[in-house]
Design a protein around this ligand. Sequence first.
Ligand SMILES: Cc1cc2nc3c(=O)[nH]c(=O)nc-3n(C[C@H](O)[C@H](O)[C@H](O)COP(=O)(O)OP(=O)(O)OC[C@H]3O[C@@H](n4cnc5c(N)ncnc54)[C@H](O)[C@@H]3O)c2cc1C
Length: 437
Amino acid sequence: MHVAIIGGGISGIAAAFYLAQQHVSVDLFESENQIGGRAGSDFLQERRVDFGGKNIGRNYLLFREFARAYGDPAFEYFGINTSQLVNGRIVSISREGSVWLNLLKIIRLCGFRKGITRLYPHIQAILNDRSQGVLCSDYFRALSENFDHLALDRHLNQRCIERVIRPITIRMNGAEPEECYPGNFGSNLALALDSFEQLTVGMYDLLNTFVVNHRKDSSLRILTSHRVTSIAKDRDKFRINYLHGATPGTESYDRVISALPAYSLAELLQDELPEASKLLNKISYFPVGIAIVKYRDEVFPKNRRAMVFERNSPLSNAGAYGLNDLDIVRYTFSGKASRTTISEQSSPEKVIKLGEKIASPYFNIKENPKEAFVFRYFTKGLCAYSPKHHLLLEKTDHLVNSLSGLGITGDYRRGASIEACFRAAKECVEKVIGDGS
Ligand SMILES: Cc1cc2nc3c(=O)[nH]c(=O)nc-3n(C[C@H](O)[C@H](O)[C@H](O)COP(=O)(O)OP(=O)(O)OC[C@H]3O[C@@H](n4cnc5c(N)ncnc54)[C@H](O)[C@@H]3O)c2cc1C
């Protein structure tokens, strides 16, 4: 069997990983000149830093299995440490602090009615069975049926929304609570209940080991700078048309896996499956800007390494790059206020200046010389799904199934975390390979 995977981000890499375990012959098409997609990296002086997905939960079991298979890289503790302004006072929550004190702070931040009383059963459902903490799990499907006629901001009290929920949706979906839905919140909540690490030498080394290990492997060809332009099915074979630079090409496959974001797959299916394409375009994605800035001196005190900002701020949070990188700030710009201030055309210097202005009252930034920076703006960076998302996916799958042998995976299937991308890819590979091979 010969399979094509379209998209060399985490979802495509995960699909290739699972197909390699089945000894299936695979071509992985990636339009950019390197794999990684939104989990990419860049140089900050001599050091590689991850500008996209990088935080790895202790419960990321599938991703960790992948990492073990490709060099078993070391992880460093990243921790939970966040602060916010509440009525002019800085409130900090940190793993290093007392569990009970943190819990008390969270309960106070949430409030009781339509606050902790509503969140608690959802938390309990995930803690009882971690597999419920993904998109379209049984528990959250039922919640979606009952509550997705209203957005998330109507599901919980305003205090809980502003102080607890918004910092999560803005970070994980790039969306305001009124742009998210209760039935999808489980995939966020599971992350909020996890404890995080990052790869000591970053994502690049791991993904590079994946590429190098397969360079001499005739069963997995990684075709970078190959942009797929259409998918069509003639009898029982798929025809993939692509552009390699300006040169067009065509290849034929038994099965195809799309590991693209929903809007990119929508574009490819426009002619072949226009109804599925319309549904995929209903899945929302929001922009996010990331600046990683190295300063001469430490910016953060050890006990306050991150801060989330309020609704009217285009800077949603600023945090230390790593537990011991107190001189490197990762500024995240997301949410409605950032969308009106920052765009693809914004100059990185101006965006960083804006972030510094907002964060400097709380950290040592003003008199601290900048030594280097990297900046990335993702116009469709973070997935925020759709209301009654499971129904939209069911309808899409029904239409896609008419092209038997086409599997679809990505950040909109089980959630946008790296682990959820691995889970979705695993399920997709099982389905595609199981389909009459
Ligand atoms: C700023 C940021 C921070 C994040 N932080 C975290 C985190 O700390 N932890 C976590 O778990 N998750 C995090 N995430 C989420 C996670 O990184 C993403 O959900 C995940 O990387 C998405 O991977 P993907 O493969 O589904 O999509 P993508 O990474 O978008 O991959 C799709 C790939 O397809 C390619 N492509 C597109 N069109 C074509 C075509 N026609 N032909 C061929 N190739 C094509 C693209 O170039 C791209 O490489 C973060 C995301 C962002 C943006």
